[in-house]
Design a protein around this ligand. Structure first.
Ligand code: AMP
Length: 225
């Protein structure tokens, strides 16, 4: 069985952390739509400028920007032996478009992973996470021992590489957090609707409880992959 994987979970569920772990275990790219947007913003590209307006508010970037960007990413050479898609699709419409595109390209979808977590718990977790400026696959969180940043010269730095840590502006903004969670937990057209879309297909959906420890969540996922 191949390893073309979608990973779902509300912001703060540990989705990025588990994506980074699977990336390492299977040596397949961990493709985060949010991180690609942030790279564009950092690089000052036209796409980045357009996307920033939406991202700062916690709104979805329009499909005519997002979908071609993600499809182009999946067509890169490093995706031939598998991929983990994180943050895309984020709506029912994106899920249907992705499923169609994969079918047209003759690509399989092997697994959908869903990290289930209560909205209040997810919200509390968001403010503690830190981004390593060197590598998105270096998750850090000030409240979790397993991925706690380390102190160097009186400053918190990345526990993996010692790199500088940043917070995301949209993680420190209450309205943007709520907006993102409204979108995630929306079972009509939002991200939960995307998860449910795949539950109605042949693809294997692995649902894991996100309130467990990082190691336990990984073990629960690995038991089914
Ligand atoms: P994330 O890092 O996954 O929390 O994404 C950060 C922000 O990027 C989101 O709040 C959206 O504004 C935007 N974004 C990420 N993925 C998508 C997507 N699939 N569709 C539309 N906007 C997205």
């Amino acid at each position: 069985m191949g390893k073309n994987i979608l990973i779902f979970g509300p912001n703060g569920s540990g989705k990025g952390t588990q994506g980074a772990i699977l990336h390492k275990k299977f040596d397949i790219p961990h493709i985060e739509s949010g991180a690609i947007f942030r790279e564009h913003i950092g690089g000052g590209t036209e796409l980045g400028k357009k996307a920033k307006v939406y991202i700062d508010k916690g709104d979805l970037v329009p499909d005519d920007i997002t979908i071609p960007m993600m499809v182009a990413r999946l067509q890169k050479d490093d995706c031939k032996s598998g991929w983990i898609l994180d943050g895309f699709p984020r709506s029912r419409a994106q899920a249907a478009t992705l499923a169609d595109t994969l079918q047209k390209e003759g690509l399989a979808l092997d697994y959908v992973i869903e990290i289930v977590l209560d909205r209040e718990v997810a919200k509390i977790r968001i403010t503690g996470r830190r981004l390593c400026v060197n590598d998105n696959n270096h998750p850090n969180h000030i409240a979790f021992d397993a991925i706690k940043p380390v102190e160097k010269d009186g400053k918190l730095v990345c526990r993996v590489c010692g790199g500088e840590l940043k917070t995301r502006p949209d993680d420190q903004d209450d309205a943007a957090i709520n907006k993102r969670h409204d979108i995630y937990y929306d079972t009509d057209t939002g991200t939960m609707a995307a998860v449910n879309y795949f539950k109605g297909t042949d693809v294997k959906v692995i649902s894991v409880e996100g309130s467990k420890s990082i190691d336990e969540v990984t073990a629960d996922i690995m038991a089914e992959l």
